[in-house]
Design a protein. Structure first.
Length: 196
């Protein structure tokens, strides 16, 4: 194969313009071909980094050649709603409190607390004391048990606080948003969390 034959096989868009370069050298050891292709410049201009100010911002870039291409980005920046903390008092004289926990500084709290681990209610027994209170739900973060901070407690320390003998137990809980797409099913009712 001659160098002309080889060069004829190279697609024209590699040879012509745009910072592309093809060189054919003849040396004593036969022809040598070097093809250099630089990264193509995108046909569409890129949007700048997303704005961070509060409110809704709509940005549009339009490119017209043979056809018109429109790229639009809508950014809706809002302040996060404050998380609601609540004190819940449950009677302990009837036995089980009717809920389970996960988490602690030494245990996983998945799927809750992705950004900030802690102690979370992982299950509420239908018809149990916690369910009947109407104030607790799966995914609630337990901040305090009878005034004792459990935000940095191990799992066992949190369990021991919940089991401490007393007539009533006072929980301070924070109603964290549920993970996106997470479903809670209680007594035939289904609530789907939406991620924002």
């Amino acid at each position: 194969m001659t160098s002309a034959d080889f060069q004829a096989m190279i697609p024209s868009h590699f040879i012509s313009g745009g910072g592309r370069q093809v060189t054919v050298d003849k040396s004593d050891h036969g022809p040598s071909v070097t093809v250099t292709v630089q990264k193509a410049v995108p046909d569409m201009p890129m949007l700048p980094p997303a704005p961070t100010e509060l409110g809704t911002v709509t940005e549009t870039i339009t490119k017209s050649t043979f056809t018109e291409t429109v790229m639009t980005r809508v950014t809706d920046n809002r302040l996060l709603e404050p998380l609601i903390s609540e004190e819940v008092i449950l009677p302990k004289d009837q036995g089980s409190l009717g809920f389970s926990i996960i988490g602690g500084t030494d245990h996983s709290c998945t799927p809750f607390g992705a950004n900030e681990p802690g102690i979370f209610i992982s299950h509420i027994v239908a018809g149990g004391i916690a369910a009947l209170s109407g104030k607790l739900r799966m995914g609630d973060r337990i901040l305090k048990v009878n005034g004792t901070d459990v935000t940095q407690a191990t799992h066992q320390e949190a369990v021991m606080e919940l089991l401490r003998p007393c007539d009533d137990i006072k929980l301070t809980v924070q109603h964290d948003p549920l993970p996106a797409g997470f479903q809670v099913r209680m007594m035939g009712v289904c609530a789907v969390a939406r991620g924002y």
